[in-house]
Ligand binder design. Structure first.
Ligand SMILES: [Zn+2]
Length: 189
């Protein structure tokens, strides 16, 4: 763990590189693959099975400012991490939670939305504009929102009312402040 962290810090803190992601002429993916080779060189198999140690699934926005493992003190193997734009509880998130609980033994669900989410600046017009542009209406909703607290509440509600989940007594929702790094819990009522 420590070696991996040092490795990542080193690669992320090289401000002298002029081209950033295109350093060395490669693409950003090339850089990721190079980083993986360093990661694997220092990696030792902890010998875990696939069931999360803490029996918890975290559903969060994909926002790049939210480092879930660091923010929640999570270690490798601790949790399932399910992320999408907004941390929205879509049918596909329910699919993942169902597998997480029924096949892999998780019992708690943590939902994390955050301040300054990109979905706050979108509306469902996004779908209409897409349709006008490409000639096909997406099957999915944008799931934009105005009130982040309310969005967390309705997400908790979607989890609690899902018929597929086994464990719905420990479902908690939070807003992560991207400026302070603090979580604020949302009252489900
Ligand atoms: Zn977001």
């Amino acid at each position: 763990m420590t070696i991996t962290f040092i490795d990542m810090t080193t690669s992320a803190s090289v401000p002298t590189e002029p081209q950033g992601a295109v350093r060395g002429g490669g693409t950003v993916t090339d850089r990721l693959v190079e980083a993986n080779q360093r990661y694997a060189a220092a990696f030792t198999d902890p010998g875990m099975d696939a069931r999360p140690v803490l029996h918890v699934a975290v559903v969060a926005c994909m926002d790049a400012r939210l480092d879930l493992h660091a923010a929640l003190g999570l270690e490798l193997g601790d949790c399932h991490t399910i992320r999408n734009a907004g941390g929205v509880v879509t049918d596909d998130v329910i699919r993942s939670l169902t597998i997480s609980q029924r096949a892999l033994g998780t019992r708690s669900v943590v939902l994390i939305h955050h301040t300054g989410c990109g979905l706050e600046s979108l509306t469902e017009d996004f779908r209409h504009d897409l349709e006008m542009e490409v000639g096909q209406r997406p099957a999915w909703a944008v799931e934009s929102f105005r009130d982040v607290d309310q969005d967390v509440r309705q997400s908790m509600q979607r989890v609690r009312t899902s018929p597929f989940l086994l464990h719905k007594d420990d479902v908690r929702g939070f807003v992560f402040d991207v400026h302070t790094g603090l979580l604020r819990e949302i009252d489900p009522a």
